[in-house]
Design a protein around this ligand. Structure first.
Ligand code: COA
Length: 148
């Protein structure tokens, strides 16, 4: 297994994976080039993530996705733990914002994140189309944080 940082000019080629976590390409483009992208390979590409710097000592995980066929094999957690180690020392806190979906919240909580706050109506205010995950409409953005 290998995790590598992706250069700006290659980032767009990972759009199919990025769209699994964020259906709106315009929203992805807002953070793609100001963020750092990491790709996890196990033989071939399995997972991707993007992390942005939000202030002097706070970074934010903006997107993390594993190809559907490979969900539940531990690749997402491996990548998450890698970026936590990578940003330790540079930042004091990592944030992640997500929809209010129990299994996604559990995925982050299992990896040491704790719920910090929510932004009311984020998904209905910022996306042109209603967003759904597992048949549930996304409305508020739930933020979780982890001390690094
Ligand atoms: C979230 C995501 C990146 C996790 O990646 P992964 O490689 O499957 O991660 P892991 O295998 O380390 O752990 C996933 C956990 O979520 C669980 N899970 C995955 N999909 C699930 C689903 N649809 N319903 C319930 N649980 C699910 C797995 O069972 C596993 O839990 P476990 O360790 O207790 O078995 C992946 O599910 C994904 O790409 N989802 C689509 C994009 C997305 O929603 N990204 C998050 C945006 S905030």
């Amino acid at each position: 297994m290998k995790i590598t940082k992706i250069e700006d000019h290659d980032k767009i080629s990972f759009m199919d994976l990025l769209l699994l976590a964020d259906e709106d390409e315009k929203m992805i483009e807002k953070y793609l080039y100001r963020g750092e992208m990491f790709a996890l390979y196990d033989d071939d590409l399995k997972s991707i993530c993007v992390v942005t710097q939000e202030s002097d000592d706070v970074c934010e995980l903006k997107n993390i996705a594993t190809y559907e066929k490979w969900h539940g094999y531990g690749y997402g957690s491996e990548l998450l733990n890698h970026i936590v180690s990578y940003y330790k020392g540079k930042d004091t806190t990592m944030l992640v914002g997500t929809g209010d979906i129990p299994w996604i919240l559990q995925f982050y909580q299992k990896n040491g994140f704790r719920i910090s706050h929510r932004i009311k109506d984020f998904f209905t205010d910022n996306y042109d189309q209603p967003m759904f995950e597992d048949g549930v409409q996304l409305i508020d953005m739930v933020y979780l944080s982890k001390s690094l």
